[in-house]
Design a protein around this ligand. Structure first.
Ligand SMILES: Nc1ncnc2c1ncn2[C@@H]1O[C@H](COP(=O)(O)OP(=O)(O)OP(=O)(O)O)[C@@H](O)[C@H]1O
Length: 819
């Protein structure tokens, strides 16, 4: 690496083989880094091992940094990059949003930084390369994506820069994405090793917040970092200012759970006498929408954040959330999928809740790590039910099976069991009531901790988890869980943990020494992911409640009986639940079908409050916002729909380079299973759409959506080829054509209403209706008819369940309930 801040420095021991690099050593470098650190960024004290990392980077060593979220990893590569007198550091970042965020922040500090992504125009690209090759370039950082960096074009364009010795360093941010053992594997990261082959003298820095020893080794190997010039820093994983708690449930009734989340947030607000910033993570978009609506109904400033929301709205939500949490406006709580993750940097987040269990322990650790970045206490609550575990195990098993099938088809080695192991570790964490939660998390990442030593335990926790703070209460609460027997869990095999009898957590069996600078510890390394040992179900490892740890995900778990036994109401059914509430509302109003429908009210997840003024219920005092209660408007009459031909509304394009919370349900118009684009003649029928208190959505749009949905349903259910098969699936093979037409019209009406209740604007309505329509068009696919499985078909499954409900209504109540 070049640095003209000092000249004539000798090479360090680590760099014997490199003639290309001319690293700077000694006080001069230290001084320059310190100047950048204080003058450019305005910091006064180093966090963790920042200083040592700067020094190692300036010596030209390869550096691996493993440090918890919020430690300040970005500065670790930004300071040395800016301190270099010439040359550029290339930063690989997995997300466009993350990249934009960092570039914007650096520009605020007057740092000369550029980015090159799929959004960069060709001319701009050429100009950037020309600038970087020039002797006078002042650009110190170039941000790019792994996909872009690995293109032959990009690599070629770096060659002249390298030859002119102006390529200082490659930085790989979120480096756990490189490892198949990591929780966020990105295949394109795997190719980054090519960089070292092409530019052997350029040093590499990799950074991550969550990497087990196994993942750390994989990162080093994949990037071809040289062991003899590797500086590895593993910061302690413990976040002692986070209070970890698990709330145990027997069922996942959404309304009850939302109420508990509200109570929990409200209690925090009451204690602080003002609102606080927080995040509630949910697995599905539907849950995010429903929960934020519920919380808004209770007077909180809540917004959903997921990939189904328009990007301009996401930006607005993020901005308002960054400003909120102090009682002076803005958004206080974001109900988000994992899309709200990397790059979120707000210091005063006071609570992180998990509505349902995440898919991995690394994910849980990273998400909770968004709390308390200012060092003040923050609360992390995981809502845990074994019914939900069954769901998530199923999802993880399915994607594992998919990977296995892909591996088989290309004769590749079998995929790792990492995802399954990681989920099991999280379940074990949640099921534990004996070992401190801080200790459990840190052990997962390889720290060896003697939890029996009161002193050691205190340094990790000091009553900052439910188990240490109120052990008896935690054990009592756990009795709320459904017994394993009704949930088809198989008991785990006997195997004791190696770190003590108090273990109820899988412990890695092989030890390896990790260079740890600062506190110093020996870490454990897993021989393989499946080397994790499950705990025994004997008396020694039976927890309270006479339970033992659930075992590796079983693909044979059947959900339907569980749902029947435990009243399971999963997140995917939230909208169906909304429909149920709507029906209850409308059932209360008597009269003809027409007057019945005209009196239907908009579904409100705050419905259980029964319209009681929020202040009385919550005890909120100003400055809390209370919901705006409008008088019921006059019923909206929507003109009858006839068989006019209307166009489908096209779905929005997904944004490239951005992380998705769930696969985008793009409608494949070319697919043989997709309906053709020729319009379908609909039989004339007098149909009135459900009305609601809100008149924000234009009647024309609603009519258009209804007609398009109805037409799509006709194409699927009333075409000559598949008609009988489709009705067989609905157990209505003997129904008449007339009944079928009525059922489809009612289903279209229900589907339109479920889109309508979730939207506050025409724009939102258009987006949602497009998604819903695309899902309807995919009902010909078998996956849509399975009771559970693939996230990708979640919307389709919801639609099927709506249609089934309509069919059920037809069978029990006759046609009078329809239309
Ligand atoms: N030495 C320091 N003193 C004070 N604040 C710092 C210091 N270093 C970094 N920060 C601040 O800490 C916050 C977190 O930094 P950064 O985003 O780099 O963390 P991170 O470790 O990369 O977290 P994540 O893994 O979540 O991305 C930022 O607001 C940054 O400005």
């Amino acid at each position: 690496m070049q640095n003209a801040l000092a000249s004539g420095s000798s090479l360090g021991d680590h760099l014997q083989e490199s003639e290309h690099t001319t690293p700077m050593l000694g006080a001069a470098n230290e001084t320059v880094c310190h100047e950048v650190f204080t003058n450019v960024f305005g910091y006064t004290e180093y966090k963790g091992m920042q200083k040592e990392i700067f020094e190692a980077a300036m010596r030209g060593e390869d550096v691996l940094v493993v440090a918890p979220t919020g430690m300040g990893k970005s500065v670790c590569f930004q300071v040395p990059a800016i301190a270099a007198e010439s040359g550029v550091t290339i930063v690989v970042s997995p997300l466009l949003a993350l990249m934009k965020n960092q570039v914007a922040k650096l520009r605020q500090h007057d740092v000369c930084v550029v980015s090159m992504t799929s959004e960069t125009l060709k001319q701009e690209r050429l100009e950037i390369i020309e600038d970087l090759s020039s002797d006078y370039s002042t650009t110190r950082l170039l941000y790019t994506t792994p996909e872009k960096l690995c293109t032959p074009d990009f690599m070629r364009s770096l060659t002249p820069i390298y030859q002119r010795k102006r390529l200082n360093r490659l930085v790989v941010d979120e480096a756990h994405c490189i490892s198949e053992w990591g929780h966020d594997f990105r295949s394109e990261y795997r190719r980054l090793g090519e960089f070292r082959l092409k530019f052997p003298d350029v040093s590499i820095m990799a950074l991550t917040a969550s990497a087990t020893p196994l993942v750390q080794d994989d990162i080093v190997r994949s990037l071809k970092m040289l062991p003899n010039r590797l500086y590895k820093v593993v910061h302690p994983f413990n976040r002692s200012n986070l209070f970890y708690e698990v709330r145990y449930h027997a069922t996942t009734d959404p309304i009850l759970q939302m109420e508990e989340i509200f109570t929990c947030i409200n209690a925090l607000h009451q204690r602080r006498n003002r609102p606080s910033s927080g995040i509630v993570y949910c697995r599905t978009r539907a849950t995010c929408d429903a929960l934020s609506q519920y919380l808004r109904g209770k007077g909180l400033s809540a917004r959903p954040y997921h990939k189904g929301v328009k990007s301009s709205l996401l930006d607005k939500t993020l901005k308002e959330w960054q400003e909120g949490g102090n009682g002076e406006g803005g958004v206080d709580v974001v109900c988000a999928t994992v899309a709200f993750g990397m790059g979120i940097d707000k210091s005063d987040v006071r609570y992180i809740m998990h509505y349902d269990i995440p898919k991995s322990i690394e994910g849980y650790y990273q998400e909770t790590g968004r709390g308390g970045r200012d060092g003040c206490p923050a609360k992390c609550v995981l809502f845990y039910s074994r019914e939900d575990v069954v769901q998530v195990k199923k999802l993880v098993s399915l994607s594992q099976n998919r990977r296995q099938i892909t591996a088989n088809s290309v004769n590749a080695p079998p995929p790792s069991q990492r995802a399954v192991d990681s989920l099991n570790a999280l379940i074990a964490y949640a099921e534990s009531t004996d070992v401190c939660r801080h200790v459990l998390l840190c052990r997962y990442f390889g720290e060896v901790i003697d939890a029996k030593s009161a002193e050691v335990a205190k340094t990790y926790c000091d009553k900052m988890c439910d188990i240490c703070k109120y052990p008896e209460k935690t054990k009592r609460r756990k009795l709320n869980l459904s017994p394993y027997e009704i949930l088809s869990f198989r008991p785990a095999q006997a195997q004791k943990g190696s770190a003590g009898d108090d273990e109820d957590y899988p412990v890695p069996q092989v030890r390896a020494t990790t260079a740890f600078h600062g506190v110093g510890y020996t870490s454990n390394a897993r021989p393989s992911a499946s080397g994790w040992k499950a705990n025994s179900c004997n008396s020694a490892t039976r927890g309270d409640n006479n339970t033992c740890l659930p075992q590796v995900a079983s693909t044979s778990t059947v959900l339907a009986p569980i749902a029947a036994k435990s009243n399971y109401v999963g997140p995917a059914l939230l909208r169906s639940r909304a429909q149920g509430l709507k029906r209850t509302n409308s059932a209360a109003s008597s009269g003809s079908a027409e007057s019945d429908s005209s009196k239907r009210a908009k579904v409100d997840y705050s419905a259980p409050s029964g319209g009681v003024p929020q202040k009385r219920q919550t005890g909120f005092r100003p400055p809390f916002k209370t919901p705006f209660l409008k008088p019921q408007p006059a019923p909206l009459h929507i003109p009858a729909i006839t068989s006019s031909v209307l166009q489908y509304i096209p779905a929005d394009e997904p944004q490239s380079g951005e992380e998705d919370d769930q696969p985008v349900n793009g409608c494949d118009e070319n697919s043989s299973e997709a309906p053709s684009s020729s319009p379908v003649e609909l039989p004339d029928r007098e149909i009135h759409l459900d009305v609601a208190t809100s008149q924000k959505i234009s009647t024309t749009l609603r009519n258009d959506n209804f007609t398009s949905t109805r037409r799509a349903l006709h194409k699927i259910f009333l075409n000559e080829v598949d008609e009988e098969d489709m009705w067989e699936r609905l157990n209505l093979s003997s129904s008449s054509k007339d009944t079928r037409i009525s059922i489809l019209a009612t289903a279209a009406k229900e589907l339109e209403f479920s889109v309508f209740v979730m939207c506050a604007s025409d724009e939102g309505y258009k987006r949602r209706s497009a998604t819903s329509l695309n899902a309807v068009k995919r009902l010909g696919k078998a996956q849509a008819w399975r009771t559970s499985g693939d996230d990708e078909f979640e919307d389709e499954r919801e639609i099927v369940s709506t249609i089934r409900r309509v069919c059920q209504g037809t069978k029990t109540d006759g046609k009078s309930r329809m239309l």
